[in-house]
Design a protein around this ligand. Structure first.
Ligand SMILES: [Zn+2]
Length: 254
């Protein structure tokens, strides 16, 4: 199984529009971060987690020609705003299966009402097949199983996902003990780390490291990164040896 980091930035991306912050002005490609998303693929199966505003650019960069489904973590725009751009996949494959909490499906159906329209739908509009994700209920992704992990982003419920020995958790601030059990034996963990300073709804760097030490994966990758965290190269040097800052277009094998 391969995991391709399509985007590793927080909601505004890096560089932030109009920012003179040194990280926003950095010429290191690892300091350029699109909105957070990953592409998980193996054999002839291909799934993405989240579909933010940079989706089109991300799909062009990674060369992904087929998507068997989109797994959503939550409804915030940095994770969902790219939905209109699934059309090339619709034209080739038909309606796109989307997996999300019922609340997220309802939210998307209001914001993208023309996609969910059943009567007099505009020809060529995107089409989706929504599948409700329930906590404590696994679902099939190709010939593998996805395990939803229930976490909280402040007071908002968010799903992380485990597939085999890989888990992806973004926009986490708190996680209940029983959900931690679902991460037992994970070899590769991706988790959000916004910046050094505490934040109300996101892990900061220390909280992410503490969480990784609790889960004890072989390797962990940090994502959903703000420019305020610092230069990729400098932050990486300070991390424990099994923890890496993810960066856009990084592909790892599990
Ligand atoms: Zn986010």
């Amino acid at each position: 199984m391969k995991v391709y980091f399509l985007g590793t930035g927080t909601s505004q991306g890096i560089p932030v529009i109009g920012s003179d912050h040194p990280v926003c002005k950095s010429i290191d490609p690892k300091d350029k971060r699109l909105r957070v998303s990953i592409w998980v693929h193996w054999d002839n199966h291909s799934f993405i987690i989240d579909c933010g505003p940079d989706f089109r650019q991300q799909m062009l960069s990674c060369g992904c020609r087929q998507i068997d489904g989109i797994l959503y973590t939550h409804e915030h725009s940095d994770h969902t705003a790219g939905m209109d751009d699934i059309r090339p996949y619709n034209f080739r494959q038909g309606p796109m299966p989307i997996y999300a909490h019922q609340r997220v499906i309802e939210n998307l159906s209001k914001r993208f009402d023309y996609i969910f329209e059943t009567e007099n739908k505009y020809p060529g509009a995107p089409s989706v097949n929504p599948v409700e994700v329930l906590n404590n209920l696994t679902f099939a992704v190709g010939d593998k199983t996805a395990i939803p992990i229930n976490v909280f982003h402040g007071s908002l419920q968010v799903f992380g996902y485990r597939i085999d020995d890989f888990a992806y958790l973004t926009d986490v601030k708190t996680i209940a003990d029983e959900e931690l059990q679902k991460l037992k034996g994970v070899k590769v963990l991706v988790v959000n780390a916004l910046r050094e300073e505490p934040h109300d709804t996101h892990f900061n760097l220390q909280e992410a490291i503490d969480f990784i030490n609790l889960v004890k994966p072989e390797r962990a990758y940090l994502t959903h990164i703000s420019h305020i965290l610092g230069f990729h190269e400098e932050v990486q040097k300070r991390l424990p040896e099994n923890i890496f800052l993810a960066y856009d277009n990084l592909e790892i094998s599990i």
